[in-house]
Design a protein. Structure first.
Length: 166
């Protein structure tokens, strides 16, 4: 059995992100959906809950300090996420292979963007990092959303391996 080459690997000039056309189109579409969640906050509490994990609590146990932190930092955090999304989209839609090579900061932007999508999708699916949570139920494992979550996790793993030199 032939082993598939990593979609993210170190290149002489940086890191090559080489997804198939369908994969790149999917990730770009998901990035656009993430952008919409970040830029058009809905009063619908279910949509707001989707992005909660994108903005971790900085001051647990101190609601006043946390509210102040969010007031001061939220716009900067959103802007940083949007800039990363824009950078990743330009790489994934590049025609030339040489334009799909990024430096370490570009790879980190890719990783942050992928992880943002994973966090939103994980929230939708009820995935947590709680070690006491029971295994993912069989019904969930069969869902398209779960397979997408697993694919994004796999892609993120390849990014981590590339940046760590594995």
């Amino acid at each position: 059995m032939r082993r598939r080459r990593s979609p993210v690997r170190e290149s002489g000039e940086g890191f090559l992100i080489e997804l198939g056309e369908d994969e790149a189109t999917l990730v770009v579409r998901l990035l656009d959906e993430l952008r919409q969640l970040l830029t058009n906050p809905s009063p619908d509490s279910s949509e707001r809950l989707l992005i909660v994990r994108l903005f971790p609590v900085a001051h647990p146990g101190d609601e006043v300090a946390e509210a102040e932190y969010q007031r001061l930092m939220r716009d900067d955090l959103v802007q940083s996420k949007l800039e990363a999304i824009d950078r990743v989209e330009s790489v994934l839609t590049a025609e030339r292979r040489s334009d799909r090579v990024v430096d370490e900061a570009g790879l980190v932007a890719f990783m942050q963007s992928l992880n943002g999508i994973r966090l939103v999708l994980g929230t939708m699916l009820g995935v947590t990092d709680d070690p006491t949570q029971e295994e993912v139920n069989e019904q969930l494992e069969k869902s398209a959303e779960y397979h997408l979550y697993a694919y994004l996790s796999w892609l993120l793993e390849h990014c981590v391996r590339a940046v760590s030199g594995d």
